[in-house]
Design a binder for this molecule. Structure first.
Ligand code: HEM
Length: 234
């Protein structure tokens, strides 16, 4: 028997799939081909817009991880953080699409972007803010567990959360490595160290960590009180 496919959900859209996923609105968010300076604007917008969606998910999972850490539930916090880490991996993989965007074609579309820059990405900004909150929540949580990571059993959930936080930091840095290469190749920027090149800032950020103390933590050492980054920008 054929499944009844007539929509039952409220709202616009020809099907329930369209109504729930808001596909009409979503697919209307890219520039009309008639207005484009270059047809690769679609490629450029799809990569950036989907990155913002994955970062929205990453932020939500990070925020819940902060709440679970504060509630002394490091096991749940670690699982949520692992989701956020996977989201950033997917955002990193998407940069591969820029292999198909030549510097000449990018230059042709640049007037369409105004003064816009990925540095203004709301998703990355919010993710950075919540990462710093996680650092503070973890410091407070660790204090309730005696303040010494190395004193805890290797299978302890607090140790698992610390490892998930290190993996998060590493994944964000890997995004920055790939992004640096894309900025150089597609944006045609001079390498780091060249006078006036934005690549210098990008290269420096590769070494940034939200939780630097965790990276250097060894079983026999204490994690200092401030496990969150002091770098304001990143
Ligand atoms: C063709 C693709 C891209 C080029 C050529 C490019 C280029 C650049 C450049 C030159 C900067 C340095 C600041 C500036 O001068 O504006 C920058 C920063 C930045 N871009 Fe991109 N970008 C690209 C794609 C992306 C994508 C897909 C994202 C994801 C949202 C993104 C996010 C950022 C962020 C967050 C920064 C601030 C630095 C940081 O936090 O690491 N960019 N980009």
């Amino acid at each position: 028997m054929k499944r009844d496919q007539s929509p039952v959900l409220p709202g616009g859209g020809a099907t329930d799939y369209a109504r729930y996923m808001r596909t009409d609105e979503l697919l209307d968010l890219q520039r009309d081909p008639a207005d484009m300076l270059h047809r690769d604007e679609l490629l450029f917008q799809v990569v950036h817009q989907s990155a913002e969606l994955w970062l929205k998910l990453a932020e939500a999972e990070l925020a819940e991880a902060v709440a679970r850490t504060t509630a002394d539930d490091p096991q749940a916090a670690a699982s949520l953080l692992e989701r956020a880490t996977l989201a950033v991996r997917l955002v990193t993989d998407q940069l591969e699409m820029f292999r198909h965007l030549s510097p000449v074609d990018f230059q042709a579309m640049q007037p369409a972007l105004g003064n816009g820059s990925g540095a203004e990405s709301p998703g990355w900004r919010r993710v950075a803010t919540v990462s710093r909150q996680l650092g503070r929540a973890f410091t407070a949580h660790l204090a309730t567990r005696g303040g010494r990571l190395g004193a805890l059993d290797p299978t302890d959930p607090t140790r698992r959360l610390a490892e998930a936080m290190t993996a998060w930091d590493e994944r964000v840095s890997q995004w920055r490595v790939r992004h640096y290469e894309v900025a150089l190749r597609v944006g045609g920027h001079a390498p780091a160290g060249s006078p006036g090149s934005p690549a210098t800032v990008l290269a420096k950020l590769i070494g940034h960590r939200f939780f630097p103390e965790l990276r250097s933590a060894r079983p026999d050492t204490d994690v200092p009180a401030a496990t969150h980054s002091r770098t304001a920008q990143a």
